[in-house]
Design a protein around this ligand. Structure first.
Ligand code: IVH
Length: 708
């Protein structure tokens, strides 16, 4: 049964008015968080429950229903967006929801009644998985992609054309039989396995970790730089049409075939159902297989198959009468919260983690869940010893949905977020407007030191082979390293100790020393990133490096930028000027700028930096010069197994030489590098008469290029 359905409402009109206002404000807040910030604070089920409550109240008191009530609108208006706005030719609507068999039955009955179907008339329902991504509308004119837009408030969305062009599931041109003008709609998403890889990569590079595949897809499509979007594993399923200058399909099923013919990927695992029993059977089967699907789905969408019927049925305010979404229950389980542990990160940020009695949630054993921050614990009143309902959001990171308060012990007491760091006992502080608490211990905090050292040797920083997280912890606890500079003194000062340590020995110790030695020269952007300045991930470090070109210039500029409020007496590089220059860098706002300036003001940090600079050489930034590259501007496809470098390395290399790397072979491909066992792509390239290169020839190109 649907537990969100409040069938009995005994509120007076005044009470209802107040409750409606409260619900509207609450829903609008969550719309904003979900649609514009990609940072939802409540689960889909909690959100649906709020909407349902509001709908019920509004149906009881229609006179209290505002014209722009969230029950009549879609999404959230686009605010503070850096993207241009696009008006959809036909509004992008939402779907009504149903939660159980009875409500699906009501939907079918309503449709049959509306169409005046008799008992013997068959009503075909096309069932498709509801993809948990973000919707997008792509407008083609004269067979060419003109623009792509997010849903926004349904009428006006954000222009994400350049980013959508990086998605290979979406063609930029349509074949000659497609209508001259057409809006094609669907869902952009990220596969579960790609999501895990992306997060790993983000972690290595010190960038934002996404909570689930949907947020990762939304964050990736909203990048201001399409080159970043291009590196994200975005995919797309198409399932609907907005405006079209011609319709030559009679059913939703035929539309799907058309979409595939035109080069899109239409939603898979669809089913044409002819009875309620078939619909429910398909729902149950999909629910059982849900965990096995490579992407997240959050329900099944039922669409009346016949287009003629769809047109007759039309719309009711925000959603079509001819379709509805049968939502899946979230994968939840109840367990006991044994403890709340506070983890301290590299930047001193305190993250509360729930230690749970292990429990099976939709096939996965869960023993930890994120609690996000102190506000979240307070809002949900989570206490140690509580029975909690946990859920795997987006099927991946578990979170605590709510507390089972009836089962709470009488002597339980609210959780107090610590005001001292659990590792170093320094006071904890919280900046205005920030949700997170930070340990103020800096380099006096063991957790921060170790996490910073781990960051220092990580892949996107010094990338020291053989020195993983566990070795850093061990070396630190044995007093072999305390700060980055010590890593470079290990060979001369602590070699014997390491060789005698368990699991090490002569050979691995020498290998470690060799790899440390090979990293003494470092690129400027990696070096800046390695310093672990708060909010400076590898993308920001790169931008800083390409602006200041060498480390001393960067440091001097930051030392001046702290005098941002001084009067400028003219002449180059005074405080306010340097500060403005820093702020003019893409993605650097006042808060990132202040973090960087504060870092260079910190005496302790500067002492460590000076010691480190005695050990390493920071190379000046080299602007990429592709003039000498024979592959600049060319489109390259790699296929088959390369012996000398992995696919991603080959791709990065080709891109650094100014080439565009495509995943499939077409007439636009300039050449194909075919490694061992190259299959269909090689054949296609031969058929198209394209230039084929062996791996050897490819290596010669890169070796002869200026930037190799
Ligand atoms: S049809 C007018 N089909 O769900 C009907 N929507 O909650 C348009 N969605 O806005 C929607 N998978 O973003 C449709 N197979 C599917 C879908 C789907 C996901 C999304 C879409 C829509 C939202 C409604």
């Amino acid at each position: 049964m649907n537990s969100y359905n409040l069938k009995k409402i005994d509120l007076s009109k005044d009470e209802a008015k107040e409750e409606i206002a409260r619900l509207v404000a609450e829903i609008e807040k969550h719309n904003e968080l979900y649609y514009n910030n990609d940072a939802p604070q409540i689960t889909d089920a909690e959100y649906d429950a709020l909407r349902k409550k509001l709908e019920n109240l509004e149906s009881k008191f229609p006179e209290l229903t505002a014209k722009d009530s969230p029950t009549k609108t879609v999404g959230a208006p686009v605010k503070n967006s850096s993207f241009a706005k696009v008006k959809h030719k036909i509004p992008m609507l939402s779907l009504s929801n149903v939660f159980d068999r009875e409500e699906v039955g009501d939907f079918i009955k309503r449709v049959r009644k509306f169409l005046l179907l008799s008992g013997s008339d068959i009503l075909e329902i096309f069932a498709e998985p509801k993809i948990d991504g973000l919707s997008c509308s792509i407008y083609y004119k004269d067979k060419k992609m003109l623009y792509a837009a997010t849903r926004g408030d349904g009428k006006i969305g954000e222009d994400i054309t350049e980013n959508v062009k990086t998605i290979s599931d979406i063609p930029q041109e349509l074949p000659s039989d497609a209508p001259d003008e057409i809006e094609i709609r669907g869902e952009i998403y990220i596969r579960k396995d790609d999501f895990l890889k992306l997060n790993e990569q983000q972690k290595e590079q010190g960038e934002k970790i996404f909570a689930n595949p949907r947020n990762a897809a939304a964050g990736s499509i909203r990048q201001l730089d399409p080159n970043i979007t291009k590196t994200r594993p975005l995919k797309a399923f198409m399932y609907a049409i907005g405006y079209t200058s011609r319709v030559d399909w009679k059913t939703q099923q035929e539309l799907h075939s058309k979409l595939s013919e035109w080069g899109f990927v239409a939603t898979e695992n669809t089913k044409l159902c002819k009875s309620l029993a078939e619909i429910i059977d398909n729902y149950q089967k999909t629910l059982e297989d849900r965990a096995l699907l490579p992407y997240d789905i959050d329900g099944i969408v039922y669409k009346v198959n016949s287009l003629e019927y769809q047109e007759r049925l039309g719309f009711i305010s925000r959603s079509p009468r001819w379709a509805t979404a049968h939502k899946f229950p979230a994968e939840q389980a109840e367990t006991i919260l044994n403890d709340i542990e506070i983890q301290v990160g590299r930047t001193g940020r305190l993250t509360p983690v729930a230690r749970l009695e292990p429990v099976n949630v939709g096939g996965v054993i869960v023993s930890n869940a994120t609690l996000h921050n102190a506000d979240e614990i307070k809002r949900k009143d989570i206490r140690i010893g509580d029975h909690v309902i946990i859920q795997r959001a987006g099927d991946v990171i578990p979170q605590v949905v709510r507390v089972h308060k009836e089962r709470r012990k009488k002597d339980s007491s609210p959780y107090f977020f610590p005001n001292r760091c659990p590792i170093c006992d320094s006071p904890v502080k919280r900046e205005d407007g920030e949700a997170a608490h930070y340990c103020t211990g800096g380099m006096a905090c063991k957790a921060q030191i170790v996490e910073r050292l781990k960051h220092f040797v990580s892949k996107a920083a010094f990338d020291i082979d053989g020195l993983g997280g566990r070795s850093i912890e061990e070396f630190y606890s044995r007093g072999l390293i305390e700060e980055p500079a010590d890593i470079f003194k290990l060979e001369t000062k602590r070699a014997d100790e390491i060789k005698n340590m368990e699991g090490w020995g002569e050979l691995s110790a020498n290998n470690l020393f060799k790899s440390i030695k090979s990293k003494r020269d470092i690129a400027l952007d990696r070096f800046i990133y390695s310093l672990g300045i708060r909010q400076v991930g590898s993308a920001t470090a790169k931008r800083l490096a390409s602006t200041y070109k060498n480390f001393e210039a960067f440091r001097k500029a930051m030392e001046k930028a702290k005098y941002k409020d001084d009067l400028c007496s003219g002449g180059g590089g005074c405080g306010p000027e340097e500060y403005r220059r820093l702020l003019s860098i893409e993605d650097i706002g006042p808060s990132v700028a202040d973090e960087i300036i504060t870092f260079f003001e910190d005496r302790h940090q500067m002492e460590m930096l000076d010691k480190l600079l005695k050990e390493v050489t920071v190379e000046d930034w080299q602007d990429i010069d592709v003039t000498g590259s024979p592959i600049a501007g060319k489109t390259v496809v790699f296929t088959g197994k390369l012996e000398h470098m992995g696919r991603s390395e080959a791709k990065t290399k080709a891109e650094s030489l100014g080439a565009h790397v495509a995943s499939s072979v077409s007439k636009k491909t300039d050449f194909v590098v075919a490694g061992a066992d190259a299959g269909s792509k090689r054949k296609k390239a031969e058929a198209l008469g394209l230039k084929l290169l062996t791996e050897q020839e490819w290596l010669e190109i890169i070796n002869n290029s200026k930037n190799s």
